[in-house]
Design a protein around this ligand. Structure first.
Ligand code: ZN
Length: 152
């Protein structure tokens, strides 16, 4: 997917650094269709966003554990211009914060879509409800598989 639908268009989305030492395992999991959560190897506490040290026990050891990929809309926003040019053409669109089913303290920011590779404005924000059930889907944007959410 590219902002214009033209695969040869210049990259203009804000995308993660896939080589970032701390978050690379998350993106590698997404590329396999897995929503991974960094989990402390000492105390078992999950954390998101990824970081080197456990905020509970200060361990530097962690594992990446596959989640259910299911959650609920915890909150959402509707961005309006002024926005970066790439995003402005889609406004208004939704940005949802999803609380993970097995640990609602773990939250992901993404877009609610109807189809995995659908445009970020395909769901009318007025129809989104706090608490509605969603599940992760993945879509390729340039060289990144991005987690997105659709109604479960
Ligand atoms: Zn810990």
């Amino acid at each position: 997917m590219s902002p214009t639908g033209d695969p040869s268009a210049a990259p203009t989305w804000l995308l993660p650094d896939l080589d970032d030492e701390i978050s690379a395992p998350f993106w590698a999991g997404a590329a396999r269709g897995e929503l991974l959560v960094q989990t402390c190897a000492a105390c078992g506490r999950r954390r998101m966003p990824p970081r080197p040290m456990c905020p509970v026990c200060r361990s530097l050891e962690s594992d990446w554990v596959a989640s259910s990929g299911r959650g609920a809309v915890w909150s959402f926003a509707v961005p309006h211009p002024p926005l970066l040019a790439t995003y402005a053409e889609f406004a208004p669109y939704n940005v949802v914060v999803v609380a993970l089913e097995e640990d609602p303290s773990i939250r992901f920011v993404g877009n609610l879509v109807a189809a995995p590779d659908g445009p970020i404005n395909e769901i009318d924000p007025a129809t989104i409800e706090i608490g509605e059930r969603v599940e992760v889907v993945f879509a390729g944007v340039e060289d990144v598989m991005l987690p997105r959410w659709r109604r479960a």
